[in-house]
Design a protein around this ligand. Structure first.
Ligand code: 8YV
Length: 313
C-alpha cells in the first residue's frame, strides 16, 4: 500500500525526520530549490502537513495547498500560523500542549534565580580569574518569599505558580479574564500587577493580542527592584524599551529565553550585565522534545485513521 504523502515545512530533530519518513512519503519543503514553485506543481496532492511553532506556514503556501486538511505542529505556540485562514478553510491544527509545561516552568524558575542571584555572572567571574582573596562577588537579591506576577496563567503559568509555592512566593496573575476556579488572585490591570510584583513572568501566547504588551510603562511600574522573565514570545515585549530600561536601571534585571527577531539578539542587549540570555531553550530537554515529537506523530496518525486530532488547538 502507498504511504500517505506528508508535506514537512522545516527540519525537526534527525530522529523525528527519520521516523516521519519511515511512516510517510515526506516532501521536505525547505530542501526544495524553489519551495513555492514546488507547491505550484505538487501542492494539490497534499492533505497532511507537519510544521512547528518556529516555522509555521504562510498564507501564500496555503493558497497552493487546496486539499490540505490538517497541520500537525511541533510546539505549543501558534503565532506563526494564519489562524483566520485556517478557520475559513476548515483546516485542523494540533499543537503539543502539556508535555512541555514542566520544562518551560523549570526554565522560568531557573531564569528567576539566575537573574536575581547572578548565577551566570558569578560563573563568568570565577572563570575570568577575578576571584581572589580581596575581591569577592557583589551581593545579589533574594528569590524566596518575593512576589511573583504571572502574565498569562495558562498551563505553563500554572506550573510556574506551583513551583513558586516551594519558594514561599505569593502569586498573582494578569489574564484578560479571570481563570475560573484558580486559587491565585486575578489582577485585571497589568500595571497594577507590575507595581506589586518583584518578578514579572511572561507565559502568555504570542501574536497580535499580546504584541508589545510589556512596554516602557509596564517596565517603569515593575521598578528598580523588579525582574522581567520572558519564556513566552519575544513579540510580547517591546525590546527597545526593555534595553533602555535595563541600561537605565529602571528595572533590576531580566531573564530572557525569547527575542523579537530570533536568532538575532541585539548587541545592546548582549553588552548588558543585568540580563541573562538564553537561546530559546524552554522545551529543549531530551525527554520533553521526545514527547513533543511523539505527540506530533500520534496526532498525524490519529487524524489519518479517524479524522480526529488528539490535541487540537
Ligand atoms: C520550541 C516553543 O522551541 O512550543 C513552543 O511554542 O517555542 C518551543 O517549545 C519550538 O516549538 C521549536 O519549534
Amino acid at each position: 500500500m502507498n504511504k500517505p504523502r506528508v508535506l514537512q515545512i522545516g527540519p525537526l530533530s534527525e530522529r523525528f525526520n527519520q521516523e516521519l519518513a519511515q511512516r510517510y512519503e515526506v516532501s521536505a519543503l525547505w530542501q526544495q530549490a524553489d519551495p513555492l514553485a514546488f507547491l505550484r506543481e505538487q501542492g494539490e496532492q497534499f492533505i497532511y502537513m507537519v510544521s512547528s511553532a518556529r516555522f509555521g506556514c504562510t498564507a501564500d503556501q496555503l493558497r497552493l495547498l487546496p486539499n490540505l486538511r490538517v497541520i500537525c505542529s511541533f510546539g505549543v505556540g501558534y503565532d506563526p500560523y494564519p489562524l483566520e485562514l485556517l478557520r475559513e478553510r476548515g483546516i485542523a491544527i494540533s499543537t503539543t500542549p502539556d508535555v512541555l509545561n514542566d520544562c518551560v516552568a523549570d526554565l522560568a524558575m531557573g531564569l528567576m534565580i539566575d537573574s536575581a542571584r547572578l548565577l551566570s555572572a558569578s560563573d563568568r567571574f570565577v572563570r575570568s580569574g577575578a576571584w581572589n582573596s580581596t575581591t569577592g562577588f557583589p551581593l545579589a537579591r533574594r528569590v524566596s518569599g518575593k512576589r511573583l506576577g504571572i502574565v498569562g496563567l495558562g498551563r505553563i503559568g500554572e506550573a510556574v505558580a506551583q513551583r513558586a509555592a516551594g519558594f514561599s512566593m505569593p502569586v498573582r496573575y494578569h489574564n484578560r479574564r479571570p481563570v475560573v476556579g484558580s486559587r491565585y488572585q486575578h489582577e485585571p490591570d497589568l500595571l497594577e500587577l507590575a507595581r506589586w510584583a518583584d518578578f514579572l513572568v511572561l507565559t502568555c501566547p504570542g501574536g497580535q493580542a499580546t504584541y508589545h504588551l510589556i512596554d516602557a510603562e509596564v517596565l517603569a511600574a515593575l521598578g528598580a527592584d523588579g525582574f522581567l522573565i520572558n519564556v513566552a514570545r519575544g513579540s510580547v515585549v517591546d525590546e527597545s524599551a526593555l534595553i533602555a530600561a535595563l541600561q537605565d536601571r529602571v528595572i533590576a534585571g531580566a531573564g530572557l529565553d525569547v527575542y523579537e527577531r530570533e536568532p538575532q539578539v541585539p548587541a545592546a542587549l548582549r553588552e548588558l550585565d543585568n540580563v541573562v540570555l538564553l537561546p530559546h531553550v524552554g522545551s529543549a530537554s531530551v525527554e520533553t522534545r521526545q514527547q513533543m515529537a511523539d505527540l506530533v506523530l500520534d496526532n498525524l496518525q490519529s487524524f489519518i485513521a479517524t479524522g480526529k486530532l488528539l490535541t487540537p488547538l
